[in-house]
Design a protein around this ligand. Structure first.
Ligand SMILES: C[S@@+](CC[C@H](N)C(=O)[O-])C[C@H]1O[C@@H](n2cnc3c(N)ncnc32)[C@H](O)[C@@H]1O
Length: 272
């Protein structure tokens, strides 16, 4: 089995485990409950990831943000380049992006509401894809398309391990089995090597999980993320256990002992 097939196996196994745990059919727009979390001030000056991405962006550039979400990066990048094309299949995420663009008077961002696999777009100078690959099935085809649409630089951002790793202890508590993990940077390294892509891997400072505003917020979000039926036995177990598992720091509640995640910027010059 090659690296791309191993990647696909991991994605399929994690998705199958999620499907077994669900009490209702998956929603048509998975991101709807979370889209609001992806609003970010495009004028912020304290974002190390953004600063790193901007190192590769020139004022006249056309930038493509694949899986742009609510425009956290696309809108900030648009302030420093000629044009941004945001490819984003989730309607709720796209609405947040357009709303933020309007609020901040950013007119050089266009939205293509499509999966990258299906998107028909012109090439760009820089192609960015941030925290999207974890769930992509045919990673080599997806990455090849990123490469083929970039004139000067491809930037892929992923954590050193899949972000839902932080919920694994709770998954094990309520579902009684080990949580299967999605692929992340170590697996991407092997895929790129196999594809003959000579990439640079730049780690950024590790950071803790986003956390929750309150215990109730944690119960609500984790009920959804662990696919629990509201009011069911498993949700009751979560509700009973959570207060003892959360630690509060500066008003943010986090699951005790969850490791930090290290974001990595994986970049390369595209080759034919
Ligand atoms: C974790 S969010 C990241 C959003 C944004 N890149 C950021 O870093 O704030 C992942 C996004 O990837 C999008 N996505 C998932 N699969 C995709 C695909 N096949 N093609 C394009 N976007 C995809 C989702 O809709 C979601 O908005």
């Amino acid at each position: 089995m090659n690296a791309a097939e191993r990647w696909q196996r991991m994605v399929e196994a994690e998705h199958a485990q999620s499907d077994r745990a669900r009490w209702e059919a998956p929603p048509s727009d998975h991101w709807k409950p979370y889209a609001e979390n992806f609003r970010a001030d495009p004028l912020r000056t304290d974002d190390e990831l953004l600063d790193r991405l901007l190192e590769d962006v020139r004022p006249e550039d056309r930038v493509m943000d694949v899986g742009a979400g609510g425009g956290r990066l696309a809108l900030a990048l648009a302030l420093s380049c000629g044009q941004v094309v945001a490819v984003e299949p989730s309607q709720s995420m796209g609405s947040v992006l357009l709303d933020e663009a309007r609020t901040h008077g950013i007119g050089n961002v266009s939205l293509v509401e499509a999966r990258w696999e299906d998107a028909e777009v012109e090439p760009a100078d820089v192609v960015l894809c941030c925290h999207v690959l974890y769930v992509v099935h045919d990673v080599d085809v997806f990455v090849r398309k990123l490469n083929d649409h970039a004139r000067r630089k491809v930037q892929v951002v992923l954590y050193d391990r899949s972000p839902q790793f932080q919920n694994s202890p709770l998954w094990e508590l309520v579902h009684g089995e080990e949580r299967l993990q999605l692929p992340a940077v170590p697996e991407l390294r092997e895929v790129l090597q196999e594809m003959g892509v000579d990439a640079r891997f730049d780690p950024l400072p590790p950071h803790p999980s986003r956390g929750f505003d309150s215990v109730e917020d944690a119960v609500g979000q984790l009920t959804a993320r662990l696919y629990l039926a509201p009011g069911g036995e498993k949700q009751k177990l979560l509700e009973e256990s959570l207060p003892g598992l959360l630690v509060e720091e500066d008003g943010i509640f986090r699951i005790r002992g969850t490791p930090e995640l290290t974001p990595m910027v994986v970049s390369w010059q595209p080759r034919g």
